[in-house]
Design a protein around this ligand. Structure first.
Ligand SMILES: [Zn+2]
Length: 87
């Protein structure tokens, strides 16, 4: 995983890869910013379909990897926050 080559939203945060479960776009992957949505006062508009085609077995493996990466990113963020508070 090369983090330097990942997409970055206008706000500077890397977008999150999500899976759509609606009937129209069943299991289509899309990227959106973590500041996207009605919960934020100034939500980002970053949104993009991510339509690389994979065989379904590969898809399942990738989904598992994505879960792992998301978990690791959360842990990394926590560590950064702790470092910030230490100053
Ligand atoms: Zn953003």
């Amino acid at each position: 995983m090369n983090y330097n080559r990942r997409l970055v939203c206008l706000c500077g945060t890397p977008p999150i890869l999500n899976i759509s479960w609606t009937n129209d776009n069943h299991r289509r992957r899309f990227l959106d910013c973590r500041h996207y949505g009605p919960l934020f006062r100034n939500p980002c508009k970053f949104f993009d379909w991510n339509d690389l085609k994979f065989p379904s077995q590969t898809n399942i493996v990738i989904l598992g990897l994505l879960k792992k990466i998301n978990k690791q990113e959360k842990q990394l963020k926590c560590r950064w926050m702790k470092t910030d508070f230490g100053h």
